[in-house]
Design a protein around this ligand. Structure first.
Ligand code: SF4
Ligand code: SF4
Length: 301
């Protein structure tokens, strides 16, 4: 039996900040509220998840995080900014800001594992892979609120953040859920190139360029245009007033490499499978594979 005493919330927050996280919140582990679970089920039932069939699995787990860790008492939600100091020239095929640096699954998992060790107890780390309603838990943990663009918005800091969670068997006092809502200015709705924002913080993925350039595996119809968006889309975040002064990342891994910053149409069109693997080995962009990237390239203006 370990005699190690668990740190208190303030000590965990201080350690999380030392590891590069910007905001941390604590929520009690329990079932997802019925209204939110139904909203998610309705979104799935009308097919808004497109071909992301994994979103239509493990609903029992998604609605009860205790199924991810039976001893879990607390969920610690950690948000890390990914907004880099260096960005692409707007003349180049655009890559969504979150994908400019090293793959967040790798980066956040490493840091959350260190934090989980610090927290103690039985723990499970989740970074966008487990069936967990992460924005829901971020709201419950007082980290932010969900905007009309479906992004988790942190008050006075915006939405250019990754979320990661630690489930722990230790019971910590829960933070107060955020009841704030976004400014509802409608700029995200008006500027969405796919007309994909359908309200209540929901997106119809089938019309969203982020989904179409990354998750969708089929061909685009003749004449379909992505504008200059090669991988993902930042539009509904870029126009949001909550992002007028983004918080820069303190995690060096999220800064883009010079190689990525210089990718132009010609270089991309000449990528071989070997070069693609070399450049994107540690990048979220590997998800689309070379074939997907070349398909997207053909649909640029
Ligand atoms: S752009 Fe306006 S409506 Fe959209 S999320 Fe931001 S504040 Fe809300
Ligand atoms: S990512 Fe782009 S296409 Fe998708 S909802 Fe936002 S603005 Fe629309």
């Amino acid at each position: 039996m370990s005699l190690k005493q668990s740190p208190c919330k303030d000590e965990i927050i201080a350690e999380a900040k030392r590891l590069g996280f910007y905001k941390i919140g604590f929520a009690k582990v329990r079932s997802v509220e019925k209204a939110s679970a139904s909203q998610y089920a309705d979104w799935i039932s009308v097919g808004c998840h497109g071909e992301m069939s994994y979103l239509d699995r493990y609903h029992d787990v998604r609605n009860n995080p205790q199924q991810l860790l039976p001893s879990a008492k607390t969920i610690i939600v950690c948000a890390a900014s990914y907004y880099p100091a260096k960005k692409q020239s707007i003349e180049l095929p655009q890559i969504a800001t979150y994908a400019l640096g090293r793959d967040y699954h790798e980066v956040l998992r490493e840091r959350l594992m260190l934090l989980a060790d610090f927290v103690g107890g039985e723990t499970r780390v989740c970074v966008d892979t487990a069936p967990l309603r992460e924005r829901y838990w971020a709201v419950q943990a007082g980290v932010g609120f969900v905007g009309r663009n479906s992004q988790l918005i942190i008050p006075d800091a915006g939405s250019y953040f990754f979320l990661g969670e630690i489930l722990t068997s230790i019971e910590f006092p829960a933070d107060t859920p955020l009841t704030q809502s976004c400014l509802e200015c409608g700029r995200c709705v008006d500027s969405c190139p796919g007309n994909a924002i359908i309200g209540n913080g929901a997106i119809d993925a089938r019309r969203c360029l982020s989904y179409l350039t990354i998750e969708y595996k089929g061909d685009f119809p003749e004449g379909f245009s992505l504008g200059n968006r090669l991988y993902g889309c930042d539009e509904c975040q870029a126009v949001c007033p909550h992002n007028s002064t983004p918080i820069f990342t303190s995690i060096p891994d999220f800064e883009p490499s010079d190689e990525l910053l210089s990718l132009d149409k010609k270089t991309i069109s000449e990528l071989t499978p070997e070069l693609f693997s070399m450049i994107f080995r540690h990048s979220a962009i590997k998800r689309t594979k070379l074939m997907g990237l070349l398909r997207n390239l053909k649909a640029l203006d």
